[in-house]
Design a protein. Structure first.
Length: 259
């Protein structure tokens, strides 16, 4: 893939996850709740899954799957983040997975695919890793997530510098998510969306949690200079004292073809 087609700096994504591995406890309750919402979809099928791949679960997904009696292999772009999981856990790039065809009957990617450049290609690899009739459960932030922060940063940077650089990742629409599953060759693709509203005691708490979750700016075209000292203070100053932040989570379900 050429540089011009790469939206994200994968080296920066890995570095952010390496740094966040020691701080993930600050955000693990929210990550666990969102993972549980994704895994609730397992209750809609009578199929008993036995061998799952946890992609980028940040130490919260594998225990939830094990509690359901499912054997789990975990992988993460970051070796430090992979090590948060019970073994077996490996460091692996979502864009170049090391698993053979038909290795699993369930793949779970909870909020872990939105920093991938070739998302259709990654989904195809996940389909190949599934046995015929296996299930993919994935979730990604959808359009509208962090809209309040995006607006505040844009307004503050424009006022301070007369220009704007990308600071919040682009997110797909729900229609995009359904189309991605179809393009990747999944049967019975379904994408639905839930909105979560989070209220923070102060705006700085939001930035701390984004860093703890490794969800800081990794756009390839990001401004790599140190931001103006006044930028974040000005942006947060435009937000309420106890801001309410929107998360729109797209949940994606698809089955590996049996034919």
């Amino acid at each position: 893939m050429s540089d011009m087609s790469e939206v994200f700096d994968r080296r920066a994504v890995r570095q952010h996850r390496e740094r966040a591995a020691g701080k993930i406890g600050a955000i693990s309750d929210l990550l666990r709740e969102l993972a549980e919402r994704l895994l609730d979809r397992l209750d809609d099928t009578i199929i008993r899954f036995t061998q799952a791949l946890d992609v980028g679960g940040r130490g919260v997904v594998a225990p939830l799957l094990r509690a359901r009696g499912i054997d789990v292999t975990s992988c993460d772009l970051s070796a430090a983040m992979a090590a948060l999981n019970p073994p077996p856990a490996v460091a692996a790039d979502e864009e170049l997975l090391p698993f053979g065809p038909g290795s699993f009957d369930l793949v779970v990617a909870s909020l872990s695919l939105h920093w991938v450049n070739d998302l259709p290609g990654a989904l195809i690899q996940l389909r190949h890793a599934l046995r015929p009739g296996g299930l993919l459960l994935a979730s990604v932030p959808a359009l509208g997530t962090l809209a309040e922060l995006r607006s505040a940063l844009t307004e503050a940077e424009s006022a301070l510098t007369g220009g704007v650089s990308p600071r919040v990742s682009p997110f797909p629409t729900l229609r995009d998510c359904a189309s991605l599953l179809q393009r990747a060759g999944f049967d019975l693709p379904v994408a639905d969306q839930e909105e979560v509203r989070l209220r923070y005691a102060d705006p700085l708490a939001l930035l701390r949690e984004l860093r703890a979750a490794a969800e800081t700016n990794a756009l390839r075209l990001r401004d790599r200079r140190i931001p103006p000292r006044a930028l974040f203070a000005a942006a947060l100053g435009t937000m309420p004292a106890e801001p309410e932040i929107t998360l729109r989570i797209a949940f994606m379900t698809g089955w590996a073809p049996t034919r």
